[in-house]
Design a protein around this ligand. Structure first.
Ligand SMILES: [Zn+2]
Length: 366
């Protein structure tokens, strides 16, 4: 299973030659395995001549013979000449991409890990709770807690010798007290579960009033990581909870991206800390001002790069305006700028669309 440790391992690996990094979206709800195979072939053609043939063949062999197509995303890193091979089957979708470099291309994984890396779902009713921990969309562990049966308390109704009205009120109060006690216990168990597993996000599931009541019993630190709630039955299957939680996180991520795009576009329009467009973004990044790079999914653009200082530009230049270094044409300035932003400690957000016609922009540090 993919976790932070595998990410650190990948980040630390330095090859003596080119590594093939491949991301393939294999979401079964979108296309068939055959269609994805075809896409993969096309992608691998781009790598011909850039990586060893052994790496291309290793990927083909793996996908044809070993891969079980069970997840939504497939990520492969290969450098056969140095016995380096990682194939990650992810429960979360990835964007197609193929990169050849001296290090594994991990920024899409970093981005996925940030959002889907580690989250918990607490499914509750008035008696107990079921807690699930997910990593990259896969269930890692689950626990349950059961309190006093609320229905047994309710059954006591009517049998009261005091009389229907009084008895009913008393049992109603007793029922509420049992529910309160149960929810307090569920909250305590959830705190322990989160302390042990350290999720980054928490989703609460169950009937609305129960979820709202539980929320009040949670310490502020846990309330802060609650990113959403949804309706679910206590008897829901694991797969149902997993899919509901995943869909919810995805929707939240899309909303966050829309807000980010708005922030960039507005800041740029007002001449504040934002830029849009490739040229402006490349300049700002060269000056080390890019804090959050926002780029439209699948956006590529040719450009030029200084071989000495790394300055990127869309202008054809003989010599670098900063260091007089030699400037060469590169196939993809957009991807190159992603690398620069990460190196300089900024973050990269890949958005679905909505960057108007600019395709790329940034929020700036100053
Ligand atoms: Zn230069």
């Amino acid at each position: 299973m993919f976790d932070e440790k595998s990410l650190r391992e990948l980040a630390a690996f330095e090859a003596k030659g080119p590594i093939l990094s491949l991301y393939l979206n294999v979401d079964p709800t979108q296309h068939s395995a055959d269609e994805y195979r075809l896409e993969l072939r096309e992608m691998l053609k781009q790598a011909e001549g850039l990586v060893d043939e052994a790496d291309i063949n290793a990927v083909k062999r793996y996908v044809d013979l070993e891969y079980n197509w069970s997840g939504r995303g497939l990520v492969i890193f290969s450098r056969q000449a140095e016995q380096f091979w990682r194939a990650l089957s992810l429960a979360v979708p990835v964007r197609n991409g193929l990169t050849v470099a001296g290090k594994p291309y991990i920024s899409p994984l970093v981005e996925l890990d940030g959002f889907y890396g580690r989250y918990a779902v607490a499914l509750v009713d008035r008696q107990g709770g079921r807690f699930f921990l997910f990593q990259m969309g896969e269930l890692v562990t689950q626990e349950g807690t059961v309190g006093e049966d609320v229905r047994r308390v309710r059954k006591g109704r009517g049998s009261s010798v005091v009389g229907m009205r009084g008895g009913s009120q008393a049992s109603g109060r007793k029922e509420a007290a049992v529910v309160q006690r149960n929810l307090r216990d569920i909250a305590a168990a959830l705190v322990a579960f989160c302390q042990q597993h350290q999720p980054r996000h928490l989703l609460l599931a169950g009937a609305d009033p129960t979820v709202a009541q539980l929320r009040e019993f949670l310490p502020v630190k846990l309330q802060e990581i609650v990113v959403g709630t949804f309706n679910a039955d206590m008897l829901s299957g694991e797969a149902q909870i997993r899919d509901e939680a995943f869909a919810m996180l995805k929707a939240l991520e899309e909303k966050r991206h829309r807000e980010l795009v708005d922030a960039v576009v507005t800041a740029a329009a007002k001449g504040l800390n934002g830029v849009v467009g490739l040229d402006e973004t490349l300049s700002a990044t060269h000056e080390g001002r890019t804090q959050v790079l926002v780029i439209e999914q699948g956006y590529h653009a040719p450009g030029y790069r200084c071989q000495s200082c790394g300055y990127l530009t869309t202008q054809k230049l003989e010599r670098c305006v900063f260091c007089q270094g030699r400037v060469v044409e590169i196939a993809d300035a957009a991807e190159a700028v992603i690398g620069q932003v990460i190196e300089k400690g900024g973050t990269v957000e890949v958005v679905e669309n909505g960057m108007l016609n600019a395709h790329i922009g940034a929020l700036l540090r100053y």
